[in-house]
Structure formats: C-alpha cells, structure tokens
Design a protein. Structure first.
Length: 272
C-alpha cells in the first residue's frame, strides 16, 4: 500500500511562502485537477467556520491555477450535531481527496471532535492511498500526542496544561508521536509581551514542559514555515521563511529553511 505526503505548517497557509509550499506539494502529486478537501473541524465552534475555510479554498483556486484545484468543504464541525465527523456523507469527501487541508481554529476543539471518528479514519485511508495531508496552525497542533490549550490559556486565563491529541502521525504509521507547537516564533505581542511558542511565551512554555504527561519530543514550527515528509522517505524537508526546533529530552535541534532532519529525531527519548 502506498503512502502520501505529510506537511505541517507553522502558519501562513495563504501567504506568499504558503503558496510556494502548496505549489511544491501539489506538483509532487502529479495529477490535475487536484481534488482538495478542506476540513473545517478546528473552526467548527465559530459561526463563520464556513467563511474561514472558503477564504483558504478561494486562495488555492486563484493562486494555484496550474493545478486546477477543485475544492470541496468538509463541514465536520461537531460530534453529535448535524455536522458530525462520524456522518458518512460528510466524511466521504476526505477519502476521495488528493489534498486534504485543515488549519485555523482551536486545537483542543479539533482534537476533541475528531478523536475516534470516521473523518479521522478517512484521513488515514486517504494518506495510505497517496493523498497529501497538509495541516497548519491549530490543526497541526491537534495532530500531536498532546495539545496545548492555546485559546483557553491565552484568551481566557485557564490553568496551564495539556489535553490528549489525535496521535495522527502514529495513526499514519510513521512510528513517531511528537507534541507539535506551531507559531513557534510569533512576535505579535511586541516588546511588551512574549507571544512565542504559540502565544504562551517562553516562561509559561517552560512550565508546560514540566507538565507533559509523557516524554514525547516537541516539534516547534516557525510561522510561514513547513516541514514535509514525502513517501518512502525517513527525512523531513524544511521549507518557508523560518526554522523548526526539536526538543527531545535535554537535546535541542534547530533546522533552518532549506535543511532536512531525520525522522528519528522525533522518535522516543534522546538521552543527554
């Protein structure tokens, strides 16, 4: 059985860097038109979830015309609702897609509403059939083994802690299960507020490291940057404007754009 490509974006899926990365990923598919499935789950709690993802879909249609993207929207918004991720009609779009994208929203909401669902099963099926899975921002965080409570901490002052993630990389058969932190180098807070490490800042992130329920490696992805694992490869490629940072035990590895890193850096625990 073949496998697809996995791309994890730190942010910027509709930026100029994001366009270049999507272009690279779609060119590797070798198909036209490219059937794109937009998975809206991370923003499912928002009244404008449809509009959030349609904006990204329209960007792809306009900016990636060489691949004639045909975009469908997967309204898998909430378990137990009319837009349930377990609804076969909703989830079926994922199985037939060449390119599955998910991004903006809440990582904890995404993980909670995709865990043990048909939609999640369809993503893994599509990957093993050769599809590209491209996850950005909240969706990329949700894919990891543990999930930062970004909205809850940064917006509402909730206690620091972690929730269970989707363990998606392990489900895809990659034998790795890192914690994924996007917006790693965010600087929106300016000089007066540290918003790195996905808005929680270095001080709170250091506390979070001590709260992790296991010894999973951390994969930090800068904004407007992606790391890409292609079929039959054991090496991630870094593309975009920034770098990726891997924290595995007491070892920290930084890989700039244009570089690569072996899969084993995200596997298990590396002793000092």
């Amino acid at each position: 059985m073949s496998t697809g490509t996995l791309a994890l974006f730190g942010s910027g899926e509709t930026s100029s860097q994001g366009r270049k990365i999507h272009d690279y990923l779609m060119s590797r598919l070798g198909v036209s038109p490219v059937h794109v499935a937009m998975l809206e789950t991370p923003a499912g709690f928002q009244p404008n979830a449809d509009a959030v993802y349609r904006k990204i879909g329209e960007f792809m249609e306009k900016s990636l015309q060489n691949f004639h993207p045909q975009v469908e929207y997967v309204q898998a918004h909430k378990k137990g609702s009319a837009f349930d991720p377990d609804n076969p009609e909703i989830a079926a779009v994922l199985t037939g897609a060449d390119y599955i994208f998910s991004g903006p929203g809440s990582p904890t909401y995404a993980a909670r509403n995709l865990q043990s669902t048909l939609a999640l099963d369809c993503i893994t099926t599509a990957f093993h059939d050769g599809a590209t899975i491209a996850l950005s921002s909240a969706a990329a965080i949700a894919a990891g083994s543990s999930v930062m409570r970004v909205y809850e901490v940064f917006k509402a002052g909730a206690d620091l802690g972690w929730d269970n993630g989707l363990h998606l990389l392990r489900l895809l058969g990659l034998d790795i299960d890192p914690v994924i932190v996007t917006h790693w180098n965010n600087s929106e807070g300016g000089a007066g507020l540290d918003t790195t490490h996905c808005y929680v800042g270095q001080e709170r992130f250091d506390l979070l490291l001590g709260m992790l329920p296991n010894s999973a490696p951390i994969l930090g992805i800068d904004e407007h940057t992606a790391c890409i694992l292609e079929p039959n490869s054991d090496t991630f490629r870094v593309m975009g404007a920034g770098s990726i940072t891997i924290i595995n035990g007491s070892t920290t590895t930084v890989v700039p754009s244009g570089g690569t890193f072996p899969l084993h850096l995200l596997r298990g625990f590396i002793a000092a």
